[in-house]
Design a protein around this ligand. Structure first.
Ligand code: FE2
Ligand code: FE2
Length: 273
């Protein structure tokens, strides 16, 4: 085994210029992260973005995101892989990002880079678009069970959008609804390092059913209680640098400087269990 690094980004919520969210240039943050990885000399095997690539993106948005991902990939000299979140649109993604025929089929894959296997799963469900919950369907779980019968030289990391882990201050209704089914399949793997996710816009690391789960904060954080039954969201720019050695992962969260200004407030009751 050897040491392998990868970069975990999440919830970039990027749209093409002119369609930005809260008038914040989210794409600029992704560019800053790629630049920081390059400048810091981290030399990752790959970059994975765990969903909500776009904020309700169309084909043009995904074509723009692909261009940005390609530029970032060239800068850090590593492939960029993505999974989809509840804000993503599978058909628009396939057309704009992959240059493939539009389809609502779940987007999932396995790839091994630098001896480290990355398995990306699709936890987006149509019914969860508004309410925010996710699910990994039976077709993917059967495929995953087959895939995990083999091992990779430096281990296996799993990426999907909705956390299994119950995250502080976020209701479990936003999680993966079939987390027990998913963890049961994951535990059949003999070289599993951990699960990397996003969605809840809050840095959280913990275990679910004994499986390491790392949740990134993304391009804005939600969760700070500001009184009057409200929770605020803040403008941040962060990513995780993950180092895998001898099948073990260490995670360094890197926060790039931002004004950290408040972007919005929402009712605390939305986050209650
Ligand atoms: Fe998100
Ligand atoms: Fe999400």
């Amino acid at each position: 085994m050897e040491t392998v690094r990868f970069v975990h980004m999440t919830d970039t919520h990027m749209n093409a210029p002119g369609r930005e969210v809260w008038s914040v240039n989210m794409a600029e943050k992704a560019k800053r992260i790629f630049q920081d990885v390059h400048t810091s000399g981290f030399d990752p095997a790959f970059v994975v973005i765990t969903g909500d690539l776009a904020q309700d993106g169309n084909v043009t948005d995904y074509a723009y995101i692909r261009k940005l991902a390609d530029e970032g990939s060239a800068l850090v000299n590593a492939p960029v892989h993505v999974v989809l979140g509840n804000h993503d649109d599978r058909s628009a993604f396939r057309e704009g990002y992959l240059g493939a025929a539009p389809s609502e089929q779940p987007y999932y894959y396995s790839t091994t880079i630098g001896g480290l296997r990355l398995i990306g799963l699709d936890s987006e469900v149509q019914a969860g678009k508004e309410t925010g919950f996710g699910l990994i369907d039976r077709e993917q779980l059967d495929w995953l069970a087959e895939e995990l019968k083999t091992t990779a030289p430096n281990g296996t990391v799993i990426a999907f959008h909705h956390p299994m882990l119950k995250v502080n201050n976020v209701a479990s209704k936003y999680n993966l609804t079939n987390a027990d089914e998913v963890s049961a399949v994951l535990k059949t793997g003999r070289d599993l390092i951990g699960v990397f996710a996003g969605h809840v816009h809050s840095h959280n690391v913990g275990t679910y059913d004994g499986i390491l789960q790392v949740v990134g904060g993304g391009s804005f954080t939600i969760g700070k209680r500001v009184g009057d039954g409200l929770v605020a969201g803040y403008n941040v720019c962060s990513y995780n640098l993950v180092t895998v050695t001898y099948g073990q992962a260490s995670v360094e969260t890197i926060n790039l400087p931002t004004p950290n200004e408040e972007l919005f407030r929402v009712e605390l009751s939305r986050f209650a269990d």
